[in-house]
Design a protein around this ligand. Structure first.
Ligand SMILES: [Zn+2]
Length: 271
């Protein structure tokens, strides 16, 4: 005859068995929804004919970049799709159309810049900069991460919408700060900056990281769609200004100066 303890043990084992069997072993676990969705949405989008042109193949920077591009034929294409997924909701949006994009490695002082000619868009990267990064680290993965970071910024210039306001990028300080800030915001939101890669202070009109990390902070703390709406504001807000673009993206009560003060309080806790 079973003791009470044995009966209890048998009963508990039965309960555990039931619990263990309640999940259907035939059903695979659901895929990680968000990542799958991003890849799936942009998989078939025509981001343009992206090709790599190595004009510095014999330099250390040229050799390491050539090896990275050869190892993964979709290396540059994948960066373009990451940029598109951060700037736009879906391929159905009004997206800056890119026919040809040449990633050109050249011998010049500096890091990289985006331009265009009669063949289409061009991003020029400096083999000197890549070469010195490689010689500093001797680590191809670190060099690839550096290239990805810089290309997230430069490819944003290729795909982002340009605000329309008098003077434009060349002589309108707000448009300039928007263009350069958005490019660093994309790099920040792609996880290609450290949180303390910018200091406190300055103004949202300073462009680059000072503007970019602010835009990224808004997205992380106020609205997960912020940068897509901020980019889209270029189509709907005319003449374009920072305060008006913020109201378009966040609602009529949005006050960019109050948000900047709040952001600076956060920034001082990081640095
Ligand atoms: Zn730029």
């Amino acid at each position: 005859m079973k003791t009470i303890a044995q009966t209890l043990a048998a009963l508990l084992a039965g309960i555990f068995f039931l619990v263990a069997c309640s999940g259907d072993p035939e059903t695979p676990p659901p895929p990680p929804a968000e990542e799958e969705e991003v890849v799936d949405i942009w998989k078939d989008y025509d981001a343009g004919n992206i090709r790599f042109e190595n004009r510095a193949a014999t330099t250390p920077g040229g050799r390491v970049t050539g090896a990275i591009a050869e190892k993964d034929p979709l290396f540059f294409d994948k960066i373009a799709r990451r940029v598109l997924a951060i700037l736009y909701f879906s391929p159905e949006d009004s997206i800056t159309k890119v026919r040809n994009l040449t990633i050109r490695l050249e011998d010049f002082d500096g890091v990289a810049y985006a331009t265009s000619d009669n063949t289409g868009n061009i991003i020029a990267m400096s083999c000197r900069w890549i070469g010195s990064t490689f010689l500093d680290t001797r680590d191809t993965v670190k060099v690839a991460d550096e290239i990805i970071g810089v290309l997230l910024h430069e490819m944003t210039h290729v795909y982002q919408l340009e605000p329309r306001a008098p003077g434009g990028y060349g002589s309108n300080a707000e448009v300039w700060a928007c263009i350069e800030g958005t490019a660093d915001a994309v790099r920040y939101l792609a996880g290609s900056f450290a949180e303390n890669d910018v200091g406190a202070g300055g103004s949202y009109m300073d462009g680059y990281r000072t503007t970019g990390f602010f835009l990224g902070w808004i997205q992380k703390t106020k609205d997960p769609d912020f940068l897509r709406l901020f980019n889209r504001a270029a189509l709907h807000v005319q003449p374009w200004t920072f305060p008006a673009a913020f109201r378009y993206a966040l609602g009529d009560s949005a006050d960019i100066n109050a948000l900047w003060v709040e952001y600076q309080a956060y920034r001082r806790t990081v640095n």
